[in-house]
Design a protein around this ligand. Structure first.
Ligand code: FAD
Length: 313
């Protein structure tokens, strides 16, 4: 069976959930091979987790260039691996970096690229949602090696133990491209990452800019905080927390929409959540069409009461 390369998304060796989803998809189309860009020591820790999700081989690219230069070395690396290993496809996460790396590597290898897929079949047909998820389209790369970026949380990651043999890659990237000149650490919020959280509490325009009750409920539930575009555009919450068509796609066990109307572009980023709860003072708000549970009320009354109840348990 041909290999399917998966670019590993990790933080210092801690593999992020989207990688396990990519490995699950890779298994359908061939033998999953994880490509780990980072320190060898971190890779050997990650290899065990990658193997649990089906990585037969973990290729490790360890060079300071990968840390000091943005995306271009990873694109060079993948282009090199496509030439040397002739994989059936390369799967990457649909992050900003993932999409840029895919586009650059595909251009270098004369290949086609599909972005923001929500599924990939055994024959490498990719499914995408377009026009705010109003239409579903399927497409297939017809030239070169398919580079496919997949939206996080689109498929369930399924474990399937494999070997996870670690192999060093003998390749030195050129090191040209935009360089990292400084790194500013964000103060840790203590909350889980939005796309990985089991619970997301999202605030919309209905918050009037006061995300206090939204954050308090998220903290009581151990969840992440999301925001609608209206809230982000108003400068009330950072864009990194935006849920929707032009934000992030989330699929938690529990999604609580507080003061969010439920526009189609917002739904595009949260409609696959397992249980959806909406709190809105307008009983005709479209979000109620989608919600499993709805509370017609003011979020400044409802959320603090819910937070108190959760804290009692
Ligand atoms: P509104 O639509 O104004 O709704 C606010 C809701 O809060 C209302 O239903 C109101 O009844 C309720 N409310 C007000 N006060 C209270 C209160 N005190 N208690 C309870 N309820 C209250 N939107 C996204 O969210 N994500 C995207 O990624 C996104 N991408 C877009 C891309 C494009 C190309 C376009 C054109 C639009 C996009 N939008 C996106 C915008 C989207 O169309 C909506 O404008 C946006 O989602 C509205 O945000 P909202 O629900 O917070 O605000």
């Amino acid at each position: 069976m041909s290999e399917v390369l998966v670019l590993v998304d990790h933080a210092d060796g801690t593999v992020r959930k989207p990688t396990f989803e990519l490995l699950t998809l890779a298994r359908r189309a061939g033998t999953p091979v994880a490509v780990f860009v980072g320190a060898t020591e971190a890779a050997s820790n990650a290899a065990a987790t990658l193997a649990e999700y089906g990585a037969e081989t973990v290729l490790v690219a360890d060079d300071p260039v990968y840390q000091n230069v943005l995306v271009t070395p990873a694109a060079e690396l993948l282009a090199h691996l496509v030439g040397s290993r002739q994989p059936a496809a390369v799967l990457l996460p649909s992050s900003f970096d993932g999409k840029e790396i895919a586009a650059r590597a595909a251009a270098k290898t004369g290949s086609g690229v599909i972005t923001d897929a929500i599924d990939v079949d055994a024959d490498l047909t990719a499914t995408q949602q377009v026009f705010a998820a109003a239409y579903t389209v399927t497409s297939k790369v017809a030239k070169g090696t398919p580079f496919i970026t997949v939206k996080p949380n689109s498929v369930a990651a399924e474990p399937a133990p494999a070997t996870g043999a670690v192999e060093a890659i003998d390749f030195t990237p050129s090191g040209t491209g935009a360089r990292v000149v400084s790194v500013e650490e964000k103060p840790a919020s203590g909350r889980p990452e939005l796309t990985e959280a089991a619970t997301v509490v999202t605030g919309g325009r209905g918050t009037g800019g006061d995300f206090g009750p939204v954050e308090a409920l998220a903290d009581a539930l151990g969840g992440a905080v999301g925001a609608s575009r209206a809230a982000v555009d108003a400068g009330w919450y950072p864009h990194a927390h935006q849920v929707g068509q032009t934000g992030k796609t989330v699929s938690p066990q529990l999604y609580i929409a507080a003061g969010v109307s439920g526009a189609v572009q917002h739904r595009a980023g949260m409609q696959t959540s397992k249980t959806i709860v909406a709190v809105n003072k307008d009983e005709d708000a479209p979000i109620f069409e989608l919600a499993d549970f709805g509370v017609v009320g003011d979020i400044f009354d409802v959320l603090p009461q819910a937070t108190e109840e959760v804290k009692k348990r």
